[in-house]
Design a protein. Structure first.
Length: 268
């Protein structure tokens, strides 16, 4: 249930990377808590099975003993059925899930850490540290940020921010800068915040079984290319806008631009 709720939250168009990192960290903490709650889960499952008149006895398949070669470590098999299920099924499934989530969303946390110094109010950050972080960020976006100017601007921004800007969320901070007329004073800070706020939160790197693609990609579209599938996914996500599009006008404009016309001259 927790995983499904997080999946729905991650598909929100209003979500930004900073919120996504917090949501995912909360989910990982919940999964760790569930892993340590096996005894309680087993008791609840037993009560549910009792109310539904299901058999509460857990059976284990009889295993043949494997001959151990010298210097080989013997595998341990739990005699109790519930303990065997906990160790070989429950814990393994949760460990695989948390491991996959940490590896998949690690890039999001790394990307968020590159920008987080802009809205963090840590008193331990020195001007030298702020300048270094600003220079590293400017190297990633050289077309939008000038390294030297951005570094000086960030230092000035924090000296002003400690007095008149109290927001610790990127959206609220950017809106506060605009509301107080500081955009012209800190143009590159505004640009960097806008870059962060427009970064996509999805990490479905080329996969066709993630989010909306799972709905669109069926056996009828098994040979369809990735580019066309992505366009169909966008149409599915923005279905409210797609419904209001005049397709006849779009087709007419497309045909007019793609039409091949030749002038024919008739000679007598």
């Amino acid at each position: 249930m927790a995983v499904n709720n997080v999946s729905l939250l991650l598909q929100s168009t209003q979500l930004i990377l900073d919120d996504e990192v917090k949501i995912l960290n909360g989910l990982l903490m919940d999964l760790d808590r569930i892993r340590l709650s096996w005894d309680l889960i087993l008791i609840e499952a037993t009560e549910v099975a009792k109310n539904l008149k299901f058999d509460k006895i857990m059976f284990t398949v009889k295993r043949t003993r494997k001959k151990i070669i010298p210097d080989e470590t013997a595998g341990y098999n739990h005699e109790e059925a519930s303990k065997n299920f906990e160790c070989n099924v429950f814990n393994v499934a949760l460990d695989n899930l948390t491991s996959q989530m940490r590896s998949r969303f690690k890039v999001i946390e790394e990307e968020c850490s590159k920008f987080s110094f802009l809205w963090s109010l840590q008193k331990s950050q020195t001007d030298q540290e702020l300048g270094l972080k600003a220079e590293n960020l400017a190297k990633l976006y050289p077309e939008a940020l000038c390294k030297n100017e951005f570094s000086d601007e960030v230092r000035h921004f924090f000296s002003v921010r400690r007095n008149i800007l109290a927001s610790e969320k990127p959206v609220e901070l950017l809106n506060e800068v605009y509301a107080k007329g500081l955009r012209s004073i800190f143009p590159q800070v505004c640009v960097s915040l806008r870059i962060f706020l427009t970064l996509p939160v999805s990490t479905s790197e080329g996969e066709r079984n993630f989010s909306k693609l799972a709905i669109i990609k069926d056996y009828l579209r098994s040979t369809m290319g990735q580019e066309r599938l992505c366009y169909l996914m966008i149409l599915s996500i923005e279905s409210d806008l797609a419904i209001n599009v005049n397709y006849e006008e779009v087709i007419s404009n497309f045909a007019a631009k793609k039409a091949r016309k030749m002038c024919l001259s008739i000679k007598n």
